[in-house]
Design a protein around this ligand. Structure first.
Ligand code: ADP
Ligand code: MG
Length: 711
C-alpha cells in the first residue's frame, strides 16, 4: 500500500479501469474508490448448488454451468425466442428467452454461463426458460459448488461481472484502509459483522446468508450515521433556558369556542399532547400528521394563539405563496381582535417589509406567517416562542432546525443589549429554544418518519371531521375525457367549482399535458362560456394571489393548475377535480390533490384521466379508485419509487440511503435510532469509543451538520 492513498482516490487510476470504463461508472455516480465500494449489489443469485447437466430432472429448480455451443432464434408457439445451447461435458440443455431478442448478443460462443431456473422437458430436450444467469470465468466450468453472485445496478456497457472485477481490485489494494466505526458493544447487541468483513461479504458473499448479514450490518451503519448527524445538528441547540413555558390558555380556548364547529376527538387529543409540551418547560419538537382535510390548521392556530397569549411571538412557515395567503386570510378572520397577524413573502413590497420587520423586532407583531422569506437574515424576532411549519416535507431537515437557531440568535442579541427579553418570558433567561410544531399532510410511512424525523415526537390526527364523504374517484381513458368535463359543466351549473390539474406548465419535450394549453383548449371546447382561470408556478405571486382570490370568491369557476394547488388549498365549494395525465403523478401526490375537493357538504368526484402505458401504471390508478387511506398509499408509493421520489423533489437533508430498505428495515431503523440517541447521550459524559463514528458522521454529513452553524 502506497502512502497517500485514500478511499477518495478516483477509480480511473485502478488497474482495469481506463477512461472509457471510468465514464461508464461515472454514469452510476461512482467516481472514487469509496463510491465503488458503496455501490452495493441489490440482489444475489445463488449458484452454490451446481448440478451436472446429465443429472438435471425436468420439473425441478436447478442451477447449472456450461459452455455456450450456439445461439439461435426460433419461432415457438409463445412467439419468437432466443435459444442458447450450453454443455458442461456431461450433457447439454437449452436456455430459452421469449420476446427478448436483444439477449442474443450477450451470449458468445465458447463463453461460460451459470444459469438457474426451472427445468422443463420441451421440444424433445431439456430447457430452462428465463433463467437467472451470468457469464462467468472459464474456470467455473465443471466445479460442483458455484459462487453466490451479487447483481448490481448497471449502465450501458457495464456488466455485473465487470463491476465485480473492479471491486475486487479495489478491495485488494484499498482493503487495509477500510476501518470499522461501529462500537463492538453495538455490533454484538445486534449481531452485526465487523464492517470490513461486511464490505467483503456484500460484494463477494460466501453464502446467501452471509450476504444478508452483511446487508443488515451496512444498513444499520448507514441509518446510525444519519441519525447521529440529525441529533448532533440538534445539539447545536442545547437549551440553557429550556423551552418557553406557556402558562395560560384562556384566550386560546376562547378562540376554539368561536369556531363554527366543534373539534373532533382526534383534534382534541393532539391539542392535549401539544399543550403538555408547551407548558412543560422543555422545547417541543413535534410532528403533527393528519390526512388531507383532517383539520391541522385549527390546531396550528390554537398553538399560535397560546403563544401570543403568553407574550411570545409565533412563526407560521408555509411552502407556497398561495398557501400563505390562504392561511393569512383565515388567521386574520379567526384571531380577529385577539392577536396581531402579519404576512411576509417574497412578494411583500420593500416598504411594507421594512415596516413589518421593525414591528416584529419591537414585539408589536404577535404572529408572522410566510414563506421562505421568514428564514432570511433580516428577520429578527423579539421573543419567538413557537414555530409552526406547514407541509414540512417541502422544507428540509436543515431549514427546520435553522429557524430555531435563528430565533436563539435574535434573543441572544437582545439579551446582550441588557434589555428584558420581552413579555412574560423575561424571567426565564435569554437562551430559550422556541417550540416547534411541524405538520405534514403526506402521511409518512413509519420507516421514513423515523429516518427523517427521528428527532421528533409524533402526534396523529386519525379522524376526519364528521360528515366528510369520500371523494369518488374514477379513472378515464383520454378518449372518455368528455365525460369528466360534462360533469364539470353540470356542477358549475349548480354553482359549484372545479379544478383541472396538469403535470406541466407548458408543452415541452416530455410530451406531458400542459396547463397552459389545456386551459386554452377547454375555453374553446368543452368548457366554452365558463370562466376558466389558470395558476401555476411560473406566474408572479401577485398574479397567483389574485387568481386564487377570484377562485375563492367564485369569480373563477374552473381553475386549471399544476401541482401548486397540491398543498393545503381549501375551497369547500370546489367539488370536482379532473387530473390530466394522472399516471405521471405519484400516489401520495394524487391523494393530496384529491384532498382539495370533498371539503364541503356536497359529494365530490375526482377523475383520473390517463392512458396507462404499463400494467403497473394501470394497477396504480385502480388502487387510487379503491383506496382512501393516505398512509397506505404513501407506503405503496415509497415501496415503488423510493424515498427520493416520494417527496416529489429531491430535498435538503434527505439522507443518502443506499442500502437500508425503508420498506423492510423498519425495525432495524428503529433500533439504530435508539442507539444514536444513547450514543449522543454518552457524548456529554465524554465517551471516546465513538470518535471513529463521529469522524465518519462529519465526513459524510459535515456539510449538513456544520452548515448554518456559522456562529
Ligand atoms: P388539513 O389538515 O388538510 O390542513 P384543514 O385544516 O385545511 O385541513 O381543514 C380542512 C377543512 O375542515 C377546513 O375547511 C376546516 O375549517 C374544516 N375543519 C377543521 N376541523 C373541523 C372540525 N372539527 N369539524 C368540521 N370542520 C372542520
Ligand atoms: Mg393544511
Amino acid at each position: 500500500m502506497k502512502s497517500g492513498m485514500t478511499l477518495d482516490d478516483e477509480i480511473r487510476y485502478l488497474k482495469g479501469v481506463g477512461p472509457a470504463r471510468a465514464q461508464r461508472f461515472a454514469a452510476l455516480s461512482v467516481h472514487t474508490v469509496r463510491d465503488l465500494l458503496e455501490h452495493y449489489p441489490f440482489r444475489v443469485d445463488d449458484y452454490s448448488k451446481l448440478r451436472p447437466i446429465q443429472e438435471v430432472v425436468p420439473g425441478e429448480d436447478v442451477t447449472v454451468s456450461g459452455r455456450v455451443l450456439g445461439v439461435s432464434r426460433i419461432h415457438s408457439m409463445r412467439g419468437p425466442a432466443v435459444r442458447v445451447e450450453i454443455s458442461d461435458g456431461t450433457g447439454a440443455l437449452y436456455l430459452i428467452f421469449y420476446h427478448m431478442p436483444y439477449v442474443a448478443s450477450s451470449f458468445k460462443r465458447g463463453s461460460v454461463v451459470m444459469a438457474s431456473g426451472k427445468a422443463a422437458w420441451r421440444r424433445g430436450s431439456v430447457e430452462i426458460a428465463h433463467p437467472v444467469w451470468q457469464i462467468v470465468p472459464d474456470k467455473a466450468l465443471g466445479i460442483r459448488k458455484g459462487p453466490v453472485l451479487p447483481v448490481y445496478h448497471l449502465t450501458q456497457g457495464l456488466t455485473s461481472s465487470a463491476v465485480r472485477q473492479v471491486v475486487k481490485t479495489a478491495l485488494e489494494k484499498y482493503g487495509p484502509l477500510i476501518k470499522g466505526v461501529l462500537p463492538e458493544e453495538i455490533r454484538n447487541r445486534y449481531n452485526l459483522m465487523p464492517e470490513p468483513d461486511a464490505l467483503c461479504q456484500i460484494h463477494f458473499p460466501e453464502s446467501v446468508e452471509a450476504w444478508q448479514a452483511a446487508r443488515r450490518t451496512l444498513a444499520f451503519r448507514e441509518i446510525l450515521l444519519f441519525q447521529l448527524a440529525l441529533l448532533l445538528m440538534r445539539q447545536g441547540l442545547k437549551e440553557d433556558g429550556g423551552g418557553p413555558r406557556f402558562g395560560a390558555f384562556t384566550r386560546a380556548q376562547e378562540f376554539l369556542s368561536r369556531l363554527p364547529f366543534s373539534l373532533t376527538k382526534a383534534q382534541e387529543r393532539v391539542i392535549g399532547e401539544i399543550s403538555r409540551d408547551l407548558s412543560g418547560g422543555r422545547a417541543m419538537n413535534r410532528l403533527l400528521q393528519g390526512d388531507v382535510g383532517s383539520g391541522k390548521t385549527v390546531v396550528a392556530a390554537y398553538c399560535l394563539m397560546a403563544a401570543a397569549e403568553n407574550g411570545f411571538q409565533g412563526a407560521f412557515l408555509v411552502p407556497t405563496e398561495v398557501l400563505a395567503q390562504q392561511h393569512y386570510r383565515n388567521l386574520k378572520r379567526l384571531l380577529d381582535s385577539m392577536a396581531t397577524v402579519e404576512i411576509l413573502t417574497g412578494s411583500t413590497k420593500p416598504k411594507e417589509r421594512c415596516d413589518i420587520l421593525g414591528r416584529l423586532e419591537r414585539g408589536e407583531v404577535n404572529i408572522l406567517l410566510g414563506t421562505h422569506a421568514l428564514l432570511e437574515p433580516g428577520v429578527r424576532w423579539k421573543n419567538l416562542g413557537l414555530v409552526v411549519t406547514d407541509e414540512q416535507h417541502r422544507f428540509g431537515v436543515r431549514q427546520r432546525i435553522s429557524i430555531q437557531e435563528k430565533a436563539q440568535l435574535g434573543q441572544g442579541n437582545h439579551g446582550q443589549g441588557g434589555g428584558r427579553s420581552g413579555g412574560q418570558s423575561g424571567g426565564q433567561g435569554n437562551r430559550l429554544v422556541p417550540h416547534v410544531l411541524v405538520m405534514s399532510a403526506t402521511p409518512i410511512p413509519r420507516s421514513l418518519a423515523l429516518t427523517l424525523y427521528g428527532d421528533l415526537d409524533i402526534s396523529i390526527i386519525d379522524e376526519l371531521p364528521p360528515g366528510r364523504k369520500r371523494v369518488k374517484t374514477v379513472a378515464l381513458h383520454p378518449s372518455e375525457r368528455r365525460h369528466a368535463y360534462d360533469e364539470v359543466r353540470r356542477r358549475v351549473g349548480r354553482g359549484e367549482q372545479a379544478y383541472v390539474v396538469c403535470p406541466v406548465i407548458e408543452e415541452g419535450e416530455s410530451g406531458r399535458v400542459s396547463a397552459v394549453k389545456t386551459r386554452e383548449e377547454l375555453r374553446k371546447g368543452y368548457l366554452r362560456g365558463l370562466s376558466v382561470g389558470l395558476v401555476h408556478g411560473g406566474v408572479s405571486s401577485r398574479e397567483k394571489e389574485s387568481v386564487m382570490e377570484d377562485f375563492v370568491a367564485g369569480k373563477i369557476e374552473v381553475l386549471v393548475s399544476t401541482t401548486v394547488i397540491e398543498v393545503g388549498v381549501d375551497v369547500p365549494n370546489a367539488t370536482v377535480m379532473v387530473i390530466e395525465d394522472a399516471d405521471s403523478f405519484g400516489l401520495a401526490t394524487l391523494h393530496q390533490l384529491r384532498g382539495r375537493v370533498g371539503r364541503g357538504a356536497e359529494e365530490s368526484i375526482c377523475f383520473l384521466v390517463a392512458s396507462p402505458r404499463s400494467k403497473r401504471a394501470y394497477e396504480r390508478l385502480s388502487v387510487m379508485c379503491t383506496t382512501y387511506d393516505g398512509l397506505k398509499l404513501a407506503e405503496l408509493d415509497l415501496a415503488e419509487r423510493g424515498p427520493g421520489q416520494f417527496f416529489g423533489t429531491r430535498q435538503h437533508g434527505l439522507p443518502d440511503i443506499n442500502i437500508a430498505d425503508l420498506g423492510i428495515d423498519v425495525e432495524l431503523i428503529a433500533r439504530a435510532r435508539e442507539e444514536a440517541e444513547a450514543l449522543v447521550g454518552k457524548l456529554s459524559e465524554g465517551g471516546s469509543e465513538i470518535s471513529g463514528l463521529l469522524a465518519e458522521v462529519k465526513r459524510k454529513y459535515g456539510h449538513v451538520v456544520l452548515a448554518g452553524r456559522s456562529r
